[in-house]
Design a protein around this ligand. Sequence first.
Ligand code: BDR
Ligand code: CA
Length: 339
Amino acid sequence: MTPLLIDCDPGIDDAVALLLAIASSAFADLPGQVAGDGEKSSRFNILGITTVAGNVSVATTETNARCICELGGRPELKVFAGCPRPLVRQPVFAEHVHGANGLAGVEFPTPRMPLQSQHGVDFLIEMLLQSPKKVAIAMLGPLTNLAVALIKAPQIAAQIDRVVIMGGAVGAGNVTSSAEFNFFADPHAAQVVLRAGREQGIDLTLIPLDVTHQAIATPARRAALAALGNRAGGTVARMLENYGLREQGQRGFAGPPLHDPCVMAYLLEPGLFEVKRCLAMVETESSLTLGRLGVAREGDGQGDGQGDGQGDGYNVAIAQSIDADGFYRLLTERLARLG
Ligand code: BDR
Ligand code: CA
């Protein structure tokens, strides 16, 4: 089992990613379910969920994370509120995309599970330092919490197995023509994390907008989720009804792209993606191109042949493409396990 920390800003697609993670976690030991060996090795042990200001305020993202844990039948999971604002710039939110409640206006019962009192950043540090095994981290929002953790306790780097990030755009952005939302919302934090890939040897993978734009929830794919007949599938289908309409109009997509669940899919089935090692950084100076992902050099995907992701002058693996049918097969199969 992969020990996993999830940092997020739910957010409609964050909510779907959380459900995919929950459905792929130890909870999958449902009566009558026989897991094959391959399936066992692709399961998560969710150590905790931290939230950040991003799509909506941190007060709303932590509440939403708890709503989604309860929807997924996991009220014992621990949710922590992290940073309420980016490192340097003023907060930017995306309520026009995710709705005022961050979950497309779909109403959830007030969560009964408590918010943990510890700050999200302190929890990240403590959990990493005390874990007997290296931990994978899924980053689904602005990178503020991880950046602060790395600044406060750089020794956590040695405890990180890998960090998989939804963020950046190699081509056109979705907030400005250069920048993707998570990098635009906290470009300085994104730069701290990308630098840590180079300077502290952290194994980083980016799933940029160019790839998540290939993961379109077409009407047929949404119908398959609705047809699962469980609460999770029905709620996801409802949240997706009006999600990403502007992007669909502008780019001619046949449905909304599901950005954040791609991170979970990469952790579960990396074979669904093609990746290349690159040297990349984030624009933090120019107001015109703030948050732009700059790819300075691209490798051939092989690194230096050591397989350790280090020593090749690159700081990050950037996904280039996704098998979208395989991704929706995985998502639909996994969500079918939920109530
Ligand atoms: C990213 O921005 C947010 O609105 C989504 O949740 C996703 O993490 C896509 O640019
Ligand atoms: Ca997000």
